[in-house]
Design a protein around this ligand. Structure first.
Ligand code: GUN
Length: 293
C-alpha cells in the first residue's frame, strides 16, 4: 500500500478549517500564524509561500516577515519579542536553517513557548520527553499519524528511526514511545545499520541522503515512512525530488510506504495549522478538538 499523505493532510486541513470556523463563530477568535524567513533559500521560499496560502485557506490570519540574509541576531530577537507580545498572533515559526551569524537555539528559545508551533523550544521538548502536555513538532506528529493510519494500534511494534535531529529523529522517538513502540534511533555511526533497519516494523528515514535505504534493508511487510526531501539531477537535466528511501526497491518489500513527494511533506504544514489552532485555544483557555488523527 502506498500511503497517501496528500489525502490525509487534506483531511486534517479540512478539520482545522471547521475548528477555525467554530472558534470565530463561538469565541470571536481567529487564530493567527506568523512565519519569519531570514534570507532567500529557494526551498524555504516555497515552504513559506505554501504555509501562508494554506493558513489563509483554513480561515486563519497569516503574517509573513522576510528579513535580509545578513540580518543580525538582535534584530531577529527584537522581531520575535514583538510577535510574542502581539495578541493577534498565536503561532510563531522561524524558518530554519538560519544564517551563520545567528544562534539558532537562542532564537528558538526566545519564542514564547505557548506560541511555539514548531515545538522546538526547550520547554516543549522537555515537556514532550517527560510526558507533559506540549506543542509537538509537526513533521514527527505527521509521521505518527501516517503510521497509525497504515497499521492501526502501534503498541509493541519495533520502530527504527534513522536520523537523530532535534527537528525529526529525537521528538519522533518520544512520540513513538508514547505509542508504546520499542524505539531505536540509528544514525551515521550506527554499526550494521542494514541489520538494524531489518528489525523494524516501522522504519523511518530522516537523514537527508537520497535513496540511501534500499529494499533489502526493509523487513517484509514493514511500514516505511520517508521524511527525506532531496533534490537530485534527473536524466533530462531537470531536478526531481526523491526521498531517503529507494522507493522502487522498497515498495516491493514494504507492507506500506510513503512516497516522495506526496507522503510526509504535505503533513508537516497541515500539522502546523493544527498546532496554531491548539495554541490559540490554549492561550484563550478553550478546549481544542483532537486534530491529530
Ligand atoms: N526547516 C525544515 N523543517 C522545518 C520545520 O519543521 N520548521 C522550521 N521552523 N524550519 C524548518
Amino acid at each position: 500500500m502506498i500511503i497517501d499523505g496528500k489525502a490525509v493532510a487534506a483531511d486534517i486541513r479540512g478539520r482545522v478549517g471547521e475548528a477555525v470556523t467554530a472558534l470565530r463563530a463561538e469565541h470571536d477568535l481567529q487564530p493567527g500564524l506568523a512565519v519569519v524567513l531570514v534570507g532567500a533559500d529557494p526551498a524555504s521560499e516555497v515552504y513559506v509561500r505554501n504555509k501562508g496560502k494554506q493558513t489563509v485557506e483554513a480561515g486563519m490570519q497569516s503574517f509573513e516577515h522576510r528579513l535580509d540574509v545578513d540580518t543580525d541576531e538582535s534584530t531577529l530577537l527584537a522581531l520575535v519579542e514583538k510577535l510574542n507580545a502581539d495578541p493577534a498572533i498565536h503561532g510563531i515559526l522561524v524558518q530554519l536553517p538560519l544564517p551563520d551569524q545567528i544562534d539558532e537555539d537562542k532564537v528558538i528559545n526566545a519564542i514564547n513557548p505557548d506560541k511555539d508551533v514548531d515545538g522546538f523550544h526547550i520547554l516543549n521538548a522537555g515537556r514532550l520527553a517527560t510526558g507533559q502536555q506540549s506543542l509537538v513538532p509537526c513533521t514527527p506528529a505527521g509521521c505518527v499519524i501516517l503510521a497509525r493510519r497504515a497499521l492501526g494500534d502501534l503498541s509493541g511494534l519495533d520502530a527504527v528511526i534513522v536520523g537523530r535531529s532535534n527537528i525529526v529523529g529525537k521528538p519522533l522517538a518520544q512520540l513513538l514511545l508514547k505509542e508504546n513502540c520499542t524505539v531505536t534511533i540509528a544514525h551515521s555511526r550506527t554499526r550494521n545499520l542494514e541489520d538494524v533497519c531489518r528489525r523494524a516494523d516501522i522504519l523511518v528515514a530522516a537523514v537527508g541522503r537520497p535513496n540511501m535505504i534500499l529494499g533489502d534493508w526493509v523487513k517484509p511487510g514493514a511500514c516505511v515512512i520517508d521524511v527525506g526531501i532531496n533534490r537530485i539531477e534527473g536524466e533530462n537535466g531537470k531536478t526531481r525530488l526523491v526521498g531517503d528511501v529507494d522507493f522502487a526497491s522498497a515498495e516491493k518489500v514494504a507492507g506500506s510506504i510513503t512516497p516522495v513527494p506526496g507522503g510526509v511533506g504535505p503533513m508537516t504544514i497541515a500539522l502546523l495549522l493544527a498546532n496554531t489552532v491548539v495554541a490559540a485555544c490554549a492561550i484563550n483557555n478553550i478546549e481544542a478538538p483532537d486534530l491529530f488523527k
